[in-house]
Every structure is written in structure tokens, then in C-alpha cells.
Design a protein around this ligand. Structure first.
Ligand code: FAD
Ligand code: DHB
Length: 414
């Protein structure tokens, strides 16, 4: 038996993009259903990003998701850049006239939004299988899935939002020719990340270029550190017992007079790195958002922030489309988001190229990396460019009650 149902927006994926979209739509009076293959526990425990732009923080506060973020998030003025055994502080707040960054883990954002959806009586459907999307170029696309109890559903929607990450099915369901651009670049290295029961040895995040590879010292709470090491792309984690990880972090992050505090490793894993942009982020009544449409290498911490920016715009556009019958913003959605996405993609690729050392790279390449880093710590103009891009771009443009045109609401749409 197939259960036939109806909703305004069918959302595939309960990562940050899908969950937040559902919350933002509800604030504008639009109903949605979120489906997710994994369990709630899995989604709430999946270790990923942790660095929020000030624009992301401002949006989360504005939509009622700022309480725990404000109580537990760690607000930072800037970052440290390290190379040639020297550590330099860049004060983003001072350089940008007030913008900052906040450490608050993606797991915590996911928990906060799931709780908000449950409190609103709109629980996501976890543990589904057999997700399919169809009739995308009709005015009533269909989302099919089997729920955790084994019942098959056919959900008629006004719109489907593909928020199902890089490996999801939504982008792959777009017929050939539907995506005009799909650009991919892979890197010969990845990041080995650990979560450790070790108080951070730094007050702000350290990005370090070392001759043996990149290292990053971040954190989650005053008791828990989050640290990363550049490793070969398909590195086997079994080759990295905890004491080897700490030794290597200690070597790559060392500066005179500084000590790395160590502790039990709670979790570890290797993440591959790629750049990818699919465009347009729409086919008929299917809209893509977050990692389903684009991936950046993690240097610069843009992935989660881009996902939030996409759904702030998408929610505004879909509220206008579904509630008011106006397609203007929905038609501008992809172009609007792609401008931010390409700027962030450039920042992430540039920071990745400047800070990672590929085995056997020639002296010319190394000298260029050092010259860029030296420029950043000696030129206010260069440092300001990094500070502006790192802390976020224009405000996120979520406005459920807007009557403005795309160019008035989102001034940077051509
Ligand atoms: P996701 O978080 O991937 O959510 C997509 C959801 O869709 C998932 O829950 C998935 O289970 C679900 N799904 C998939 N297929 C289906 C289907 N067929 N049916 C139903 N549901 C489905 N960014 C940073 O800025 N810094 C970092 O340090 C960092 N580390 C990362 C580490 C890893 C291992 C990964 C994969 C990403 C990392 N990122 C990082 C990127 C950042 O976490 C992502 O940009 C962010 O998760 C994007 O959110 P999203 O909701 O678009 O996608
Ligand atoms: C973190 C991740 C990043 O990719 C980054 O550039 C900075 C911090 C983090 O996980 O805290």
C-alpha cells in the first residue's frame, strides 16, 4: 500500500540546510516535511564544522535559535596565522569594523533546530529508505520514500528542496542537460581531524603552514579541542595511533615558549577535500541547497556557512512562491546564491593553496606561499581582504514578509 499525502515543501535531508529551511519556512507560515535516511542520534552526533561567520550567528539569533549559541558559543575576534615558526594574530573585528566569528559545533546547531521543530509539532521523519523525487517539471512534483516502519509514501509537494548533501539523490535526479555547470577539483591531500578531551592550547584558532604539511588548532568548548592535520588523500586512519597524531600536531604547531596540551582522543577520522559547484541550483520545482549543490575544501570554514546562506534565501523565495504565488525570488535564487558561493569557493581554494604543502613541491611554490602569508601579516589591505571574506559577506537576506523585488532585496543580483 502507498500512503498518498500532500505538503507545501518536501525537504530531503536533515542536515543543517534541510532542518533550518523547514524552521524558516514555518516562520513564514509555510508547511514542510523533512525526510532523512539516518537516525536522529546519528544526525546529532556527526562531527563536522564548527566555525560560524558573524552573518550566520546574526541570522540564527534573528530566527529564535540564538539562546544556547549565545550561552555556549565561543566568540573570537580573529585567527592566528603561523608560518616559518612565527605566529601572528589577525584581528578581524578591528579590521572589519566589528565583524567576528563564533565557534559553535554543527552538531549543536542540528540539535537546536531539531528541538525547535519538535516543539512546533513538526518532527522530521528519520530512518527513511528508498527516497525518490519525480515529476520535477510539473507543478506538483512527488517525493517518494519508505518510512522507518516500512510504509511507502508518495508526498505531493508544491516544491521539493534537495538538501541531501554531496552524495544525495536530488542532484543526481536532474535529467541530463538540466545542470549547465558542474565543476570539480580534487586535492591530493585530506584532513585527519580529532576531537580530544584536551583544553585548547590557544584562545583563537591557529592555521599553520609547516614544511611537512598544514595543521589547524580549533576547539569546541573550554574543555574539548578540535585539531586537524594534513595527510595524503586516501590515508588509512589505522596508520595514525593517538600518540603519533599528538607528536605530529606538536611538531607542526610549535613556536618558541608555547606548549600543546594533549588528552584522550574521543573521535578521529579522515576527510577528503574537493571543490565542486553545480549550477543552476534549480530544475523545475526542485531546488538544491547546501552541499547538494556545492562543496568547498574546509580551509576557511565556509561549507556550513554557505548552507545556512542558501536556505535563508531559499526560504524567502519559497514563501513568496508558495504563499503569495510570486515566482520572482525563486527565479533569482540560483544567481543570487552563486555569487556568494563563488566568492567563498575562491577563498577556500586560495587558503588551501597557501597553507598546504604537497610532498616534493618546488622551492618556487613554497616561496610564493610564504610571500602571500608575509603579505597578510604586514599589509593592512591584505589582512582586511581575508578578514572581510572570512567573517561573512552581506547579511543573509531572510525576510518572510518581503514585498521587495530580487534586486532590491538582494542587491548583488546582477
Ligand atoms: P549535510 O550535512 O551533508 O546533510 C545532508 C543530509 O541529507 C544528511 O543528513 C544525509 O544523511 C541526508 N541524506 C542524504 N541522502 C538522502 C536521501 N536519499 N534521503 C534522505 N536523506 C538523505 N565544513 C566546515 O566549514 N568545516 C569543517 O571542518 C567541515 N568538516 C566536514 C567533515 C566532513 C566529514 C564532511 C562530510 C563535511 C565537513 N564540512 C565542514 C562541511 C559542512 O559540514 C557541510 O558543508 C554541511 O554539513 C552542509 O550541510 P548540508 O545540510 O548541506 O549537508
Ligand atoms: C574548524 C573547521 C575549519 O574548516 C576551519 O577552517 C576552522 C575551524 C572547526 O572545525 O572548528
Amino acid at each position: 500500500m502507498i500512503i498518498k499525502e500532500r505538503t507545501q515543501v518536501g525537504i530531503v535531508g536533515a542536515g543543517p540546510a534541510g532542518l533550518l529551511l523547514s524552521h524558516l519556512l514555518a516562520l513564514g507560515g509555510v508547511e514542510s516535511v523533512v525526510i532523512e535516511t539516518k537516525t536522529r542520534d546519528y544526525c546529532e552526533a556527526r562531527q563536522r564544522a564548527g566555525m560560524l561567520e558573524s552573518t550566520t550567528v546574526e541570522l540564527l539569533r534573528e530566527v529564535g535559535l540564538g539562546k544556547r549559541l549565545d550561552a555556549e558559543g565561543l566568540e573570537h575576534d580573529g585567527i592566528y596565522l603561523q608560518f616559518d615558526g612565527e605566529r601572528h594574530h589577525l584581528d578581524f573585528r578591528e579590521l572589519t569594523g566589528g565583524r567576528w566569528i563564533t565557534i559553535y559545533a554543527q552538531t549543536e546547531i542540528v540539535k537546536d533546530v531539531i528541538k525547535a521543530r519538535l516543539d512546533a509539532g513538526a518532527a522530521p521523519e528519520f530512518g527513511v529508505t528508498g527516497t525518490e523525487v519525480g515529476e520535477l517539471d510539473s507543478s506538483r512534483p512527488v517525493l517518494r520514500y519508505t518510512d522507518a516502519a516500512g510504509l511507502r509514501h508518495a508526498l505531493r509537494c508544491d516544491v521539493i528542496a534537495g538538501c541531501d548533501g554531496f552524495h544525495g539523490i536530488c542532484r543526481a535526479s536532474i535529467p541530463e542537460g538540466g545542470l549547465r555547470v558542474a565543476t570539480e577539483r580534487c586535492y591530493p591531500f585530506g584532513w585527519l581531524g580529532i576531537l580530544a578531551q584536551a583544553p585548547p592550547s590557544t584562545d583563537q584558532v591557529i592555521y599553520a603552514r609547516h614544511e611537512d604539511g598544514f595543521a589547524l588548532h580549533s576547539m569546541r568548548t573550554p574543555e574539548i579541542g578540535r585539531l586537524y592535520l594534513q595527510v595524503p588523500a586516501d590515508e588509512d586512519i589505522a596508520r595514525w595511533p593517538d600518540d603519533r597524531i599528538w607528536r605530529e600536531l606538536d611538531r607542526r604547531l610549535a613556536v618558541p615558549g608555547w606548549e600543546l596540551r594533549t588528552g584522550p582522543v574521543l573521535e578521529k577520522g579522515v576527510t577528503s577535500m574537493r571543490s565542486f559547484v553545480a549550477a543552476p541550483m534549480r530544475y523545475g520545482r526542485l531546488f538544491l541547497a547546501g552541499d547538494a549543490a556545492h562543496i568547498v575544501p574546509p580551509t576557511g570554514a565556509k561549507g556550513l556557512n554557505l548552507a545556512v546562506a542558501d536556505v535563508a534565501a531559499l526560504a524567502t523565495a519559497l514563501i513568496r512562491l508558495v504563499r503569495d504565488g510570486s515566482a520572482e525570488l525563486a527565479d533569482a535564487y540560483s544567481d543570487y546564491c552563486l555569487q556568494r558561493i563563488w566568492r567563498a569557493t575562491h577563498l577556500a581554494c586560495w587558503m588551501t593553496a597557501m597553507l598546504h604543502v604537497v610532498p616534493g613541491q618546488d622551492e618556487f611554490e613554497s616561496a610564493l606561499q610564504r610571500a602571500q602569508l608575509r603579505n597578510l601579516v604586514t599589509s593592512r589591505a591584505a589582512a582586511t581582504m581575508l578578514a572581510e571574506n572570512y567573517t561573512g559577506y552581506a547579511p543573509l537576506g531572510y525576510d518572510p514578509d518581503t514585498r521587495l523585488s530580487p534586486t532590491a532585496l538582494w542587491p548583488w543580483v546582477a
